[in-house]
Design a protein around this ligand. Sequence first.
Ligand code: ATP
Ligand code: MG
Length: 249
Amino acid sequence: MKSSGKVRKLVPSERLEATSQLAGEIAHELNTPLGGILMYSHLLLDDMAKSDPHMENIIKINKLAHRCKMIVEGLLSFAHQETPLLKEVQVNQILHDVLGFMEDHVLLRNIAIHVDFEPALPRIKGQENKLEQVFINLMVNAAQSVDGNGSLTLRTRFNAETNLVSIEIADTGCGIDKKHLDKIFEPFFTTKEKRKGTGLGLSICHGIIEQHKGTFSVESSKGNGSVFTIFLPTSPEDTDQQPTTQIKK
Ligand SMILES: Nc1ncnc2c1ncn2[C@@H]1O[C@H](COP(=O)(O)OP(=O)(O)OP(=O)(O)O)[C@@H](O)[C@H]1O
Ligand SMILES: [Mg+2]
């Protein structure tokens, strides 16, 4: 990757910060009225006779409001307005668990997955379910780009000089056009068909990694695959501890 002439993109940018702030403010404003729509549609449904001709429409309103709620939650994650509960976690273990529940995913069929984990990876301070969400999003993107024909590589490393753990998710898929690289972390940016992507995946990942005081780097060019790397800090006392090399099966 290093000498392939691929574009190396480091985020966040100032533009992304401004987008994040705007997205967060809008999401925050929408959250309360949406909660009201959900509550009142539930109350209507509770009071309604099963034979009521309006029932079907209220169910639709309720489902669509749920969908909006998920989008708003995604935007709030992106804008990092939640305070994460950070505990000591082992990234190799989280990746191993994610692989476990992703292995039957239809997207990963016929795709080779190479795993290259640093055995002595120190723990980091993180929120397990949030990091899982990041790795799942990145793996789904990678699998979609490979489209059943290629491979994914998951790599972890520890750099003792910078005190950073890195997690690399690489694919041999379609790659990213140079003109899109600046935009991929913005909410709602997608190159996928309507029902295949909302364009929120990477913006949510970005928010979560920021909450973990980490950074993202992306190397990609059209037709040559992509490498998404996350760098997460380990505090000095964490690195002094015995690194966990075991993976619970
Ligand atoms: N591994 C990858 N290979 C090629 N393109 C990618 C990759 N990851 C992201 N992209 C590009 O970045 C865009 C934004 O990704 P993001 O995950 O935010 O949204 P999405 O995948 O389009 O939709 P969603 O994740 O909401 O279902 C994608 O539409 C795609 O163009
Ligand atoms: Mg995605």
